[in-house]
Design a protein around this ligand. Structure first.
Ligand code: TYD
Length: 687
């Protein structure tokens, strides 16, 4: 079945929320998430209020304490709770947990006092540790496999989407209560208490919903222990360390977590210093999430022309600059506006980071990579929140005097400024680590993207034809597919030049003989990279550019990405160096579209009929690295790549490629012509 047909079939199935048991669990989850967010906002506000009379330092420490109490149980007991939750009736586990959470949260405003607040927070978090895995494990039992992804998206939506709702609710609540108490002095209920009552009720409502959810099976008792934290961490590190793009992403995301931690740790104190009360704090909270949602859903679309990798680094950098402005401009209104921008930057980074990891990391490692990111994220967040509030408290409150002017600069300003510096540094690091358009000025790239275009460097400007590259590992079928595409395009009346690397010029043929001769085993990696680049320089100058200038469409079998994958990742040369020599060799000529045909090396190498050449003879591990790099390149710039699963039927691959190429052709391709070539006999020639 072709992709559009499959998509249509999927559309005909009922929405995942039409499934009643899942809908009920999802509603319970949404209610709990709303409660959880209200809980965070109310508790931090309450901790601040309870300790306000003891001064600024104690107040900052007290708020930091709430976060420590929230994170500690997960770090210490997380894996254990996961394993325990697998052995009990999940429905009962969730119901009991909900009732316990209800009771403990209710007791916070009733008992009062900062100490009980901390103890209660710890208790609620311990209970959460059992509720969450029980819920996560239940979702696959209620939803068919093919809808699981959709179900998880909905879960994510309510997990984070309820945050702005909770923040807005809290802001409104505080506003209303302040107004009432101004009018009726006898009215002494605090907004934080009302928020906590609502929070408790949310847990109770969830308990009732889940109690009546009989569809949750009981016979799941499994004895699979979750891997130890130590094992998770070592395996995660091994993978992360070995892949440059993932490394850049993780550094970026953890850096963003750290900067976020700095903000969380001092936000309440800072808002307070600017004269904002609970309502002001609620508004700032709301602003962050509003911005995040905006960034996540619209950011990548608004800046479509920018490569994803650049967008990732730039958004973190921009978050840093915005944070610096927040730290220095002490005006509540300006800070709220800037906070929306900050949230948007974080949202963009978050969605790109998540999507890229999701696309790039293969199935078997993806869970662990996310788990790794999440547990390390928590550790970083916890440490930074604790350090941030402690640092803010230690630094205390100072005034800077510049002649007549007094500028208030206290611990919160300092911490925010440090967070800003960190974000800038991490953003620059991520940009340098992952840049996929070396040599193209980033400012021009960004400006063009803001105008909805993709920046094309001057040198490549005179070329008028379309330039398409095919990439992939051994036996991916790209040679066959590039031929089929050339035939199809010629049938539409395009003038097509079909070519390949290495060896499409006179000199290139000699270089190819050197490069692929199995007798040259042990050729130095740098020499190899430069010989491929030399072949490419000749190829660009003598074949590709003249053809493009004539207006022909050029289809090349392999181009720069092959060097990035084989010499960069495969031979472990510095990818920046490989990119640099190739940029120089090609004069910066980048394909309009790169088709990556992806097959696992074990499959591809099995398809090879002829004896192995020097590169094919490399061990499987080498080819795995090559594949990962190809996928990373494609994932980082989805607008310029088409990633096709090479294990699909040959005809299906052909149609997918035609679909995408049709989008970038200067004129729409008539569909009748497509029918004529769609029935081409299969050509078996894997290359
Ligand atoms: P070729 O026989 O053309 O194989 P394929 O059909 O797979 O393209 O040989 C090209 C070989 O050269 C292939 O194993 C990949 C390798 N290669 C590099 O290592 N770096 C490069 O830049 C290019 C273009 C190819």
């Amino acid at each position: 079945m072709s992709t559009p047909a499959r998509a249509a079939a999927r559309r005909k199935q009922p929405h995942v929320l039409a499934n009643a048991p899942f809908r009920r669990l999802w509603t319970a989850m949404a209610t709990c998430s709303l409660g959880d967010w209200l809980n965070i906002i109310a508790l931090t506000a309450l901790a601040g209020n309870l300790t306000a009379p003891s001064g600024f330092q104690t107040q900052s420490l007290a708020i930091g304490g709430v976060f420590v109490a929230k994170m500690l149980p997960a770090i210490l007991l997380g894996p254990l709770a996961g394993a325990v939750a697998d052995r009990f009736d999940r429905r009962l586990t969730m119901v009991v947990a909900d009732v316990l959470r209800f009771a403990v949260v209710l007791s916070i405003p009733l008992i009062g006092g900062y100490q009980w607040l901390l103890v209660a927070t710890l208790l609620v978090e311990c209970v959460n540790l059992f509720w969450v895995p029980a819920k996560d494990a239940t979702v696959p039992n209620l939803v068919p496999k093919e809808r699981l992804e959709e179900a998880n998206q909905l879960n994510l939506l309510v997990t984070y989407g309820t945050a702005p709702v909770a923040a807005a609710l809290f802001a409104v609540l505080s506003g209303v209560i302040t107004t009432i108490s101004a009018a009726v002095p006898a009215f002494t209920v605090a907004a934080t208490a009302v928020a906590l009552y609502l929070n408790a009720l949310a847990y109770l409502a969830s308990a009732v919903m889940i109690f009546t959810l009989r569809a949750i099976p009981k016979d799941h008792v499994r004895h699979v222990a979750t891997p130890s934290v130590l094992r998770q961490i070592t395996e995660g590190w091994r993978y992360v360390g070995g892949n440059r793009v993932v490394r850049g992403l993780i550094i970026g995301m953890l850096g963003a977590f750290a900067a976020g931690g700095a903000v969380i740790g001092v936000a309440k104190a800072y808002v307070h210093a600017m004269g904002g009360g609970d309502a002001g704090y609620g508004t700032v909270f709301c602003a962050v999430f509003l911005g995040m949602a905006f960034g996540m859903f619209f950011g990548p679309r608004l800046l479509g022309g920018l490569s994803r990798r650049r967008m990732f680094g730039l958004s973190i950098l921009c978050a840093g600059v915005t944070l610096a402005a927040i730290a220095l401009i002490q005006n509540l209104v300006v800070v709220v506006v800037l906070t929306v921008v900050l949230g948007a930057c974080a949202g963009i980074a978050w969605i790109i980071g998540y999507t890229t990891i999701g696309l790039e990391v293969e199935d078997g490692l993806r869970g662990r990579t996310f788990a790794f990111l999440q547990s390390l994220g928590r550790v970083v967040l916890l440490l930074v929140v604790a350090v941030a509030s402690a640092l803010a408290a230690l630094f205390g409150q100072r005034d800077l005097r510049i002649s007549e002017l007094t500028y208030r600069f206290d611990g919160a300003n300092l911490v925010l400024l440090l967070g800003a510096l960190l974000a800038v540094a991490v953003g620059v690091l991520a940009l340098r680590h992952m840049d996929d358009r070396p040599g193209v000025p980033i400012g021009a790239d960004l400006l063009a993207a803001l105008r909805g275009r993709r920046f094309v460097p001057d040198e490549a400007e005179p070329a008028r034809g379309l330039f398409i590259a095919f990439e992939g590992g051994e036996g991916s079928g790209k040679t066959t597919q590039s031929r089929l595409l050339a035939i199809w395009l010629r049938d539409q009346g395009f003038d097509v030049v079909q070519t390949r690397e290495p060896g499409s010029t006179k000199v290139g043929m000699r270089l190819r003989a050197i490069l692929l001769d199995a007798a040259h085993q042990g050729l130095s990696a740098r020499a190899e990279a430069m010989l491929y680049a030399a072949d490419r320089a000749e190829h660009v100058e003598k074949v590709i550019v003249p053809a493009l200038r004539r207006g022909s469409t050029v289809i090349t079998d392999r181009y720069v990405d092959s060097s990035l994958a084989y010499q960069g990742a495969g031979r472990s040369l510095d990818p920046e160096d490989v990119a640099k020599i190739n940029k120089w060799a090609t004069g910066g000529l980048v394909p309009d579209l790169t088709v990556l045909i992806d097959v696992p090396p074990s499959v591809g190498l099995r398809r090879m009929a002829s004896p192995a050449d020097r590169i094919e003879a490399e061990p499987l591990e080498f080819h795995e690295r090559v594949r990962r790099e190809f996928r990373a390149l494609a994932a980082a710039d989805p607008d310029r790549y088409l990633l096709v699963d090479g294990t699909l039927e040959q005809r299906e691959v052909t149609l997918l490629i035609q679909d995408r190429v049709r989008d970038i052709l200067p004129d729409p391709v008539p569909h009748e012509a497509e029918e004529a070539t769609g029935t081409m006999p299969a050509i078996r020639d894997f290359g």
